[in-house]
Ligand binder design. Structure first.
Ligand SMILES: *[C@@H]1O[C@H](CO)[C@@H](O)[C@H](O)[C@H]1NC(C)=O
Ligand SMILES: *[C@@H]1O[C@H](CO)[C@@H](O)[C@H](O)[C@H]1NC(C)=O
Ligand SMILES: *[C@@H]1O[C@H](CO)[C@@H](O)[C@H](O)[C@H]1NC(C)=O
Ligand SMILES: *[C@@H]1O[C@H](CO)[C@@H](O)[C@H](O)[C@H]1NC(C)=O
Ligand SMILES: *[C@@H]1O[C@H](CO)[C@@H](O)[C@H](O)[C@H]1NC(C)=O
Ligand SMILES: *[C@@H]1O[C@H](CO)[C@@H](O)[C@H](O)[C@H]1NC(C)=O
Length: 546
């Protein structure tokens, strides 16, 4: 009985944390909402193949036309809204202000509508955010080559749509698919690699059409989009499971990291494909496993990235649907950032698979990894929206993703030697050998990270924790009631027949223990909640998503 008080306090503490932490997801870069819309009328019959411009392997940009003005916009599969800066001719201000948060800053302004052209498609009255205030942007986006962003994520993620509440606010692709121009509601992306002489000069994006030469993508396995329904369908992204042991490290062995997603099957991780992220975000242990055994590797705590010698060749790969997707060694470490080793001042390359940073970490436990551009450059990716599209009766199957590997490791090896080793193949040299596992260097975990991991653990499991607390309270009540009754009965029994005393005195003792034990065990479990790699057993185990 004495253990009740601390346990009750823990329940309260968990509740308070839950209430506070709930506000966090809203400020992440892909806040999202959902609602259903109504029909629209505009037509076009052509499929679309668009060139995609690459800015230093860090931004992928296509042109749209809005109100007659041609505008370069960043392609972002991780969000679902359209925003642009500057002046748009023939625009209609709806007088509703919206602020969207992105990694670069807040895009704030009024929702407008204008005629949009995207490839050969025309959409009348497309809602978008006309950004007038770019004060919070951390970079000069025009200098980077874009003046807006187009979200290519599921329609349910559109904040504008939620704000104006009718189908004008549906995402651009949703509106295009609603035109029923084609039987297939899909989009494909092919990103090129700067600094790779074998990579095509331009990337491509297509709507309801396969980029010529990449038709094989349609025979790749259809990766089911893992549906997020923690709190309604907020925060739905293009996400799927890796295979079991689906991330292979530079030593050829799988990197074993446990998923933070409660519903993830054992050994599998949830990845989000997000072309808005330059550097893929992976669990810290995974980043350490990739770079922590490289000779001379140093972790830069300010930038939150690993630094390795630029001539270190690292092979890693991902597995989806039984297929291998190798990452080009030029993508595993990036020479695009002007970094030097803090200790020597010598030029360093950035470990592109970065420990997941605070703004990217999933507080609701919805995903483990964000595969950004450094991964997406290695595949031709097809995103089928299926029933993500509303107000159409075409192609309403389950949404899926198909990936065709575009990286040939033999060629990649040659290219790496040419680009990073001045043509001399030194990949077998002793200086390139990985340190033994026992000497792997681990990067330091920040305080903020520990806190987030704890919050994530609680947030993603609150239904189970709530049930656990409730069950505990019920058990305790049962004990109290049982004890009261029993004691009274025992007294009565003692009064009635003293010969029953020995057995009666023995039983309560053991019964009491049996009743108390589970609750004591529960308490121990709760206090043991690990801040990281939570276990999936016990009554805290995952539910919901299948
Ligand atoms: C495709 O677009 C062109 C130019 O916009 C137009 O002339 C042509 O009729 C369209 N094709 C179809 C099948 O609608
Ligand atoms: C638009 O359609 C025309 C005619 O079908 C085609 O030649 C052109 O390449 C298309 N443009 C785009 C961007 O797909
Ligand atoms: C966008 O349009 C501009 C000029 O209209 C052109 O210079 C640029 O190459 C286009 N960008 C892409 C990615 O098509
Ligand atoms: C597309 O199909 C839906 C469902 O049949 C229909 O309501 C809508 O009017 C169609 N849209 C166009 C532009 O044909
Ligand atoms: C990779 O490239 C090499 C050399 O160009 C070629 O011989 C080999 O067949 C390619 N492998 C695959 C799987 O395409
Ligand atoms: C990476 O893989 C390629 C192709 O399998 C191989 O030639 C190369 O030696 C590997 N490099 C390392 C460092 O394992």
């Amino acid at each position: 009985m004495r253990s009740l008080l601390p346990f009750a306090l823990l329940c309260l503490l968990l509740d308070a944390r839950f209430a506070n932490a709930l506000t966090f997801p809203v400020r992440t870069r892909t806040a999202s909402q959902r609602r259903s819309g109504s029909g629209l009328h505009s037509r076009s019959n052509n499929d679309t193949l668009l060139p995609v411009k690459n800015t230093q392997n860090s931004e992928y940009i296509s042109n749209i036309t809005l109100g007659g003005r041609e505008i370069p916009v960043l392609l972002d599969t991780g969000s679902s809204d359209l925003w642009v800066t500057g002046t748009v001719p023939n625009t209609n201000d709806l007088g509703k202000s919206v602020s969207l948060s992105y990694a670069v800053g807040d895009a704030a302004g009024d929702v407008n509508t204008a005629t949009l052209n995207f490839g050969n498609y025309t959409v009348e009255n497309q809602a978008y955010l006309l950004v007038t205030d770019t004060a919070s942007f951390s970079i000069n986006i025009a200098a980077e080559g874009f003046e807006g962003l187009i979200g290519l994520g599921p329609n349910t993620g559109s904040v504008i749509r939620d704000k104006i509440g009718d189908s004008r606010g549906d995402s651009v692709l949703d509106r295009i698919f609603q035109q029923n121009a084609s039987d297939s509601n899909y989009m494909t992306v092919l990103l090129n690699r700067e600094g790779d002489p074998k990579s095509p000069p331009m990337g491509q994006m297509s709507i309801s059409e396969i980029v010529p030469g990449y038709e094989d993508v349609t025979s790749m396995p259809k990766l089911t989009v893992e549906k997020v329904h923690r709190l309604t369908d907020l925060d739905q992204h293009w996400q799927t499971y890796t295979d079991v042991n689906g991330v292979i490290g530079p030593d050829g062995n799988p990197i074993k990291v446990e998923s933070i997603v409660p519903s993830a099957p054992d050994g599998q991780l949830v990845v989000v494909f997000d072309s808005g992220y330059t550097l893929p975000q992976v669990p810290r242990d995974m980043s350490d496993a990739i770079y922590g055994r490289v000779q001379g590797a140093e972790y830069d705590t300010t930038a939150g990235v690993w630094l390795i010698p630029c001539d270190q060749m690292l092979n890693i790969s991902f597995k989806f649907g039984g297929h291998d997707y190798p990452v080009h060694p030029l993508d595993t470490s990036s020479s695009e950032f002007d970094m030097v080793f803090p200790s020597t001042g010598e030029v360093a390359c950035v470990g592109a698979f970065q420990p997941i940073s605070s703004s990217a970490f999933s507080l609701l436990g919805e995903y483990d990894i964000i595969l950004g551009m450094s991964f997406i450059r290695n595949v031709y990716a097809l995103f089928d929206y299926g029933n993500f599209v509303e107000d159409t009766d075409h192609d309403l199957g389950e949404p899926f993703i198909q990936l065709l590997s575009t990286t040939n490791l033999t060629e990649a090896h040659e290219t790496f030697v040419q680009v990073r080793m001045s043509g001399v193949d030194n990949t077998g040299a002793k200086s390139q050998w990985l340190l033994p596992v026992s000497q792997e260097v681990h990067s330091p975990e920040t305080e903020a990270e520990k806190k987030e991991q704890y919050e994530e653990y609680v947030l993603s499991r609150w239904p189970e924790i709530f049930v656990g607390c409730l069950a505990f309270v019920i058990i305790v009540m049962a004990i109290i009631i049982w004890r009261c009754c029993f004691v009274r009965r025992r007294r009565r029994a003692a009064q009635q027949d003293s010969s029953l005393l020995p057995t009666a005195a023995g039983r309560p003792q053991s019964s009491y223990k049996q009743l108390e034990d589970p609750s004591t065990a529960t308490l121990v479990d709760m206090q043991r909640i690990p801040p990281r790699s939570p276990s999936h057993d016990g009554y805290l185990s995952g539910t919901t998503v299948h």
